[in-house]
Design a protein around this ligand. Structure first.
Ligand code: HEC
Ligand code: HEC
Length: 314
């Protein structure tokens, strides 16, 4: 038996389609939807594959969780994002069409295809009916893996999703990616570019970890606090120690020859926040006392350690 509210929604939809409320109840199918109209079961795979990475759980942007029918209909702290029967007034539609910025999914381009946008609109137009059993979103692996099992990108991806609103090619909240660093995919997170921010096997030399720990300023995420939780930071650290593996568990190659830039505190005469470096052959400047702020530029060695090329006070 459809619930009262679902039936009302479906009836409104049928009325807008047929212009005849009297027929509406008669033509509802077993799930309370007008026949032929798309149901939540058909649009859920779009949300699951493109939206729930960010829009699920307690930290969902603006409280908008898109991982179940009830939560999609409920909306977030700014109110509903789906207005059954009126796609044009629905915030969700405005966002996927780019009529309201930032356009969704925030990881785009690519954004949703025309057919996907049309399906979402037709579903809302039909009164946003629930339909049959919807596929559940693939749960990102949030819990740390069992001891002895390596951490992979699949475990840290949901954490790094919080960084993508700024560290995205374009259309992010703040224009071009900060420092040219894009964190949308595994490849981009590890890319060398001007310098590497993740040195597989060497967490202390990985700017990404140093930034989320606050060893390097400004601390990330830039819009914090809140910062990442201790468990999240520990998971990122383990991921780097375990070789910054991809989703399939394959460790990343050491980016030998790539540049690094580390900013922090000299914790010993030849150590910056725990990263030992050899000043031999490096240009070092005066004023480098233990406890001083310093910047190290160096090159990743084939064994993953860092050879300093320049150390200066900062
Ligand atoms: C990488 C993370 C990310 C992904 C993926 C993503 N979003 Fe968002 N979304 C955000 C952020 C961050 C905001 C808040 C932006 C702002 O302040 O307007 C947001 C805001 C929204 C809003 C506005 C909510 C409100 O009430 O203010 C809607 C609607 C929305 N997203 C829908 C979607 C849909 C639909 C998808 C998938 C097609 C999607 N988002 C994918 C991060 C994401
Ligand atoms: C609100 C926008 C924003 C968010 C969210 C954000 N960042 Fe940043 N990020 C910045 C800005 C701005 C800079 C440049 C800061 C500077 O060094 O002056 C930056 C710099 C960095 C750098 C230094 C890159 C380099 O090579 O110099 C790293 C690493 C980084 N961010 C990682 C992250 C991670 C990891 C997250 C998520 C946990 C994150 N950021 C979230 C805005 C953001």
């Amino acid at each position: 038996m459809p619930t009262w509210s679902r039936r009302t929604r479906a009836r409104c939809a049928a009325r807008s389609i047929l212009g005849a409320a009297a027929f509406a109840v008669a033509i509802l199918d077993a799930h309370g939807a007008a026949p032929g109209a798309p149901t939540y079961a058909e649009v859920a795979p779009i949300f699951n594959s493109r939206c729930t990475l960010c829009h699920s759980g307690a930290a969902a942007p603006n409280g908008v969780q898109l991982d179940s029918y009830e939560r999609v209909i409920k909306g977030g702290k700014n109110g509903p994002v789906v207005i059954p029967g009126t796609p044009g007034a629905s915030e969700l539609v405005k966002r996927i069409r780019g009529e309201r910025l930032p356009r969704m999914p925030l990881t785009g381009p690519p954004y949703l295809g025309d057919a996907e946008i049309a399906l979402v609109e037709a579903w809302i137009q039909a009164g946003a009916p629930q339909g049959g059993e919807a596929p559940a979103p693939a749960q990102p692996a949030r819990a740390p893996p069992a001891p002895g099992t390596p951490v992979t990108y699949a475990h840290v991806e949901p954490i790094l999703a919080r960084c993508v609103k700024c560290h995205v090619e374009s259309g992010g909240l703040r224009g071009p990616p900060p420092e040219g660093y894009v964190l949308r995919t595994y490849e981009q997170t590890l890319a060398a570019g001007e310098r590497v921010r993740v040195v597989p096997g060497n967490p202390a030399a990985s700017a990404l970890l140093r930034r989320v720990k606050g060893l390097e300023r400004p601390r990330m995420p830039f819009d914090g606090p809140p910062w990442l939780g201790d468990a999240e930071i520990a998971l990122i650290e383990r991921w780097i120690i375990d070789g910054a593996r991809d989703r399939d568990g394959k460790p990343a190659p050491v980016p030998a020859g790539a540049q690094v830039r580390l900013r922090g505190t000299l914790t010993a005469p030849r150590e910056i926040d725990g990263v030992p470096f050899s000043p031999e052959g490096a240009r070092t400047e005066r004023g480098l006392r233990t406890g001083a702020s310093a910047e190290l530029r160096g090159v990743v060695q084939p064994d993953g350690t860092i050879r300093a090329t320049r150390v200066r006070p900062r």
